[in-house]
Ligand binder design. Sequence first.
Ligand code: DGT
Ligand code: MG
Length: 385
Amino acid sequence: VHAGVTEDGPRVALYGCQRRTPLAHSNQALTDALETLAEEAGFGGSEGRSLAFTRAASVLKSLPGPLTSLGELSPLPCIGEHSRKVIQEVLEDGVSVEVERVKLSERYRTMKLFTKIFGVGVKTAIRWYQEGLRTLADLQERHTELTREQQAGLQHYTDLNTPVERSEADTIERLVQEAVWQFLPDASVMLTGGFRRGKQQGHDVDFLITHPQEDKEVGLLSKVIRWLDSQGFILYQHSQRNTYQLPGDPELLSSGGGSSMDRFERCFSILRLARLTQDKDLPPGSGAQGICTQGGCGAARGWKAVRVDLVVAPFSQFPFALLGWTGSRHFERELRRFAKHKRKMILNSHALYDMAQQMFLPAASEEEIFQHLGLEYVPPTERNA
Ligand code: DGT
Ligand code: MG
């Protein structure tokens, strides 16, 4: 018996953070269909509906084998009426008429096009759509109304929507380490996000930087950025100072609690990466091998623009930051929801606060955070909820 059923009843737990979700699973056609509807609901401003489809898809991702009949759905949590209907259609006909209609609709296609621009969220895309804009050329005409970030996003649209390969992420990791270690040799640079969960491709490359001696990391990021820029690696960057105040940051403790945005010092950037096919032309042995500088191969367009996020966390907050930046987005959302509703705790990327005891719960590792939450540890590669 697969489909998550044991003799004791459903094996699939209610919250995504209580389940193990590997990257590869057996129900891709079903989850693709549900996730299209989740996306479409989000484009229409229906957050609740969007979440319902996302949760249903996430449950299917955790199943040990392919779902073959509707009956296997009954012990599973989070499968609403609408999701059930879509699943039935895909099981019986291979496709869902509703999903196919959505994918062809003008709004969905335009919203996809616009939200794939770096710096453009759903709200902005909706506004443009309502104003009658439909193509990237339409946006080019309104160039002056775009933010600097959106202009960069538009300029590098093709590159930024070409998946970043794992090998490219590794190359960028070596470059970031080279930059960081010049200023702080004992700092650690960790690849987080999807690549830490085992993905072979990503939409960006996420790094978390820390130093075992707290406060040493202060001021590091601006030096790193300045060096990268002087070497010609920066196509765009926007840095933010750390605005988190310990202890008892009022915003952390306010009702909303665990928000997904954090207040670490960080830099959203677009870096210039040499295409790996050109690796052989570059001098070997340099940490920056594979990355292109302005004078080098830019003219021949032997480079590719890649989105890179650099986040600096003080050592005591590092495990929370690592947990928060490893994802998946849905796993994070479920962790925070579980903490709040099942444990009366507030979790974010800085800290864990126990509302009953009215105290922060420190942690030296991700494992300890799971322990505080009374959750079985889920390794990064099983967090693809
Ligand atoms: P992808 O699309 O291949 O880059 O996949 P991911 O999973 O790397 O997605 P990404 O890069 O958008 O985000 C990585 C994780 O970091 C994700 O679980 C959510 C988290 N994250 C992203 N932005 C923020 C932020 O502003 N604050 C916090 N605390 N977390 C964030
Ligand atoms: Mg990422």
